[in-house]
Design a protein around this ligand. Structure first.
Ligand SMILES: Nc1ncnc2c1ncn2[C@@H]1O[C@H](COP(=O)(O)OP(=O)(O)OP(=O)(O)O)[C@@H](O)[C@H]1O
Length: 713
């Protein structure tokens, strides 16, 4: 028994479970995209477990049952089934016939496995999700309107191309017709007087063809540029306006890969679509003319054409599988190398050079083997199709000679037929070569739609207003996804304008998460953050963030000069760079650089020390003259002396400061210290009040103090 489960490709390695549930839902006609499901549930940490998949299914009206079973017993269970694969991945089983298992792998597509191979991958755990009475079907929404809109903008140019190409094809068709006329009415009857006219006609055809082909080339280039510009602009604009969380669950390499897909899609939609239409038109025209000349001969040519098309399409399928495999293997090789080059210091310190080389070699060897196979298939089928195209005219002459000798048609018709048979095969080869592109199109579009259809960070807002630096957090809770527990739980506190407030707690207690919520990078799952009495969600986030200076653990420097890294887009505010450099204790560092403030910072700030990087990022935050500063371990790499100097500078400012620091000496002078433990506020007060409480803060403080004393003694 085999069913047909729609293939949904996972967009990221930890999304296999989510993609499997999406496939099952779509199979039961609840048409939902991976995107929608991810927005609804979030991505469980590490990709989730069977239990998470079961919960998702149940929330969508499916009834779930889990089994521990062997490959043979799967035949007794209803399809589709979600299987645990290689103990680290999820796939969907869509069929079992005899000893063959049909698997839909969200990472690589559909594939059949013989039982022995299947057993090597199947981990023995299965989840069955079937519709419960509460299940609702949902209609499909198409991805094509977006591209149709983009193509519609180029309607005029596309029509030009279509028109020019049709004229060019008419010229192409006229050649065999002219040959026929030339043979029958000039050569055979020895009518030499019209040779001059024919010469003029041939020259006219040549000039017209040259002119139109040239114009078509220019129009195609214009269309491609316009479509590239439209599609890329929409894509990048959408991408940049997506919420921070979107970027957390996708690698930058993957997003860059997706932006490049725009070019492939444009190629398919512009050139290939037009070529396909023309090819189809040509096939119909050639077929009609050939049919008109001779039914028997046409049937012979059609049979050859149909057989060739079948062979080419089967081959294209094989080639697609091989090229998918090649792309996956290539990405794996590149990813492995990039990861190890990025972590080269660890590779060296652990003495892993040879191991990394061996692993890379194995992966690269696999990729090369697939590439070789693909090249062999491509060249063999190319040899086959060109040979057919090459021999067909002769074959037609040979078969046609029988009919000619029987007087069924003229020599001119036979020669025209022979020429046309080659022309008839050309669009068949062209259509089959475009077939792969059309198969890939839906997967490419899915990847783009993941970006285009995701909800932007902010669609509308009520307030453009300035903030003063006063804020209130009310009953705030936050979970990263709908399956894990709360990372922040019912948090409330106030911060007055100009206050220095510290957030402390053990590692993993939720401090950075809270900071990101205060900056509007995450939205609270429950509760609110108010600035000057207005909910943060109601502010124009772009304007809001312009008034905030933030140094986060993940803050990075850009590959540009120190000046550009500090000023960024804030030049219009007339900020004082010197002042920012002084306050962040960077003046001496900048003066020591070869080109001073115009020295280039390497990628990620590699030519600066950890502390210098932090101070530069702080200068960037200060140059905005922010109403509020959020510093998450912003001075953790500095010596205590420099840290103290910076703290003194910052204390002279009137803005609000929210400081997260493990080193408690940094925050002793804070107006208020909020102590977090497992996502809850457990203590609030100033340094002495908290010490007197003898609670968690007291413990944290004394642990640090005693370590210091121990070190000194
Ligand atoms: N992007 C994320 N997705 C899922 N869980 C996350 C994510 N970031 C953090 N967490 C989890 O949320 C919890 C709180 O993390 P957070 O980074 O806010 O703690 P923290 O107090 O700042 O820790 P540290 O002092 O080590 O920086 C941790 O259990 C962490 O594993």
């Amino acid at each position: 028994m085999k069913i047909n489960v729609p293939y949904i490709e996972q967009m990221e390695h930890s999304e296999c479970g989510l993609a499997c549930v999406t496939m099952v839902l779509n199979y039961y006609k609840h048409h939902v995209s991976l995107n929608e499901l991810r927005d609804e549930f979030g991505l469980p940490k590490g990709g989730g477990s069977f239990y998470h998949l079961l919960l998702m299914g149940e929330k969508k009206g499916l009834e779930g049952k889990g089994y521990n079973t062997d490959a043979e017993s799967l035949k007794q269970l209803p399809l589709p089934l979600i299987l645990h694969w290689e103990n680290k991945h999820f796939v969907v089983l869509e069929g079992i016939r005899g000893n063959t298992f049909y698997v839909v792998n969200p990472a690589s597509g559909k594939r059949a496995y013989k039982i022995d191979e299947f057993k090597q991958y199947f981990s023995g755990r299965v989840l069955s999700l079937t519709p419960s009475p509460a299940f609702n079907k949902k209609n499909k929404s198409s991805n094509f309107p977006f591209f149709i809109d983009i193509m519609k903008k180029q309607k005029k140019l596309l029509l030009y191309i279509l028109l020019i190409t049709m004229i060019l094809q008419a010229i192409a068709i006229s050649i065999p017709l002219l040959t026929r006329w030339f043979t029958d009415h000039v050569l055979l009857v020895e009518e030499l007087t019209s040779l001059k006219t024919i010469g003029i006609v041939i020259s006219a055809i040549f000039i017209l063809n040259l002119l139109l082909s040239g114009i078509r080339g220019v129009v195609i280039a214009k269309i491609q540029t316009k479509m590239d510009s439209d599609m890329m602009s929409v894509f990048i604009d959408k991408l940049l306006h997506l919420p921070y969380k979107f970027f957390e669950s996708r690698s930058s390499g993957d997003l860059i890969f997706r932006s490049n897909l725009n070019t492939f899609i444009r190629q398919i939609l512009s050139t290939n679509t037009v070529t396909f239409l023309i090819d189809m038109l040509l096939l119909v025209t050639y077929s009609s003319i050939m049919f008109y000349y001779s039914v028997q001969m046409s049937i012979i040519v059609f049979t050859v054409g149909a057989a060739l098309l079948m062979i080419l399409l089967i081959h294209t399928r094989i080639l697609k599988n091989l090229s998918d495999k090649q792309v996956t293997e290539q990405a794996e090789v590149q990813g492995y190398l990039a990861e190890n080059i990025y972590g080269i210091s660890d590779v060296k310190m652990l003495g892993l050079e040879s191991l990394v080389f061996e692993n890379w070699k194995t992966k690269f060897h696999n990729q090369l083997q697939t590439t070789e196979k693909r090249s062999i298939w491509t060249s063999s089928i190319h040899a086959f199709s060109t040979s057919v195209q090459f021999i067909l005219p002769l074959f037609v002459l040979w078969v046609g000679a029988h009919y000619l000798l029987q007087g069924q048609f003229s020599l001119g018709t036979l020669i025209a037929f022979s020429t046309m048979s080659t022309a008839f095969i050309a669009p068949i080869i062209s259509i089959s070569s475009m077939y792969t592109d059309f198969i890939n199109l839906s997967s490419y579009i899915q990847r783009l739609m993941d970006v285009i259809k995701s909800k932007p960070e902010q669609e509308n807002y009520l307030s453009e207003g300035e903030i003063s630096g006063e804020l209130t957090v009310k009953n705030l809770s936050f979970s990263y996804d709908s399956f894990s527990g709360k990372v922040l739980d019912d948090i409330s506190f106030d911060v007055k304008k100009g206050e220095k407030v510290a957030i402390v707690g053990q590692s993993g207690s939720g401090k950075s998460t809270l900071a990101r919520i205060l900056l509007g990078l995450y939205q609270p799952t429950e509760g609110h953050v108010y600035y000057d009495g207005i909910d943060l969600q109601n502010y124009n986030l772009k304007m809001f963030r312009k008034q905030i200076g933030a140094v986060l653990q993940e803050s990075r420097l850009f590959n540009d000069t120190i000046f550009e890294n500090i000023i960024m887009s804030n030049i219009e505010n007339g900020m004082n760079i010197e002042d920012a450099l002084k306050k962040s204790e960077m003046v001496d560092v900048v003066n020591q650089q070869p080109l001073g403030i115009f020295t280039k910072v390497s990628e990620g700030g590699a030519n600066l020390s950890g502390g210098q990087r932090q101070r530069l990022i702080l200068a960037r935050a200060l140059v905005k003259k922010p109403k509020m500063l959020v510093l998450d371990e912003a001075t953790s790499s500095l010596d205590t002396l420099t840290e103290k100097k910076i703290d003194d500078h910052l204390s002279s400012l009137s803005n609000t400061r929210i400081i997260i620091a493990h080193r408690l000496s940094t925050i002793q002078n804070a107006d208020k210290i909020i102590v977090l433990s497992e996502g809850r506020v457990v203590e609030v007060g100033d340094h002495f009040q908290l010490l007197n409480k003898k609670g968690l803060y007291y413990q944290l403080y004394h642990t640090q103090e005693s370590s210091l004393e121990e070190a000194l003694s």
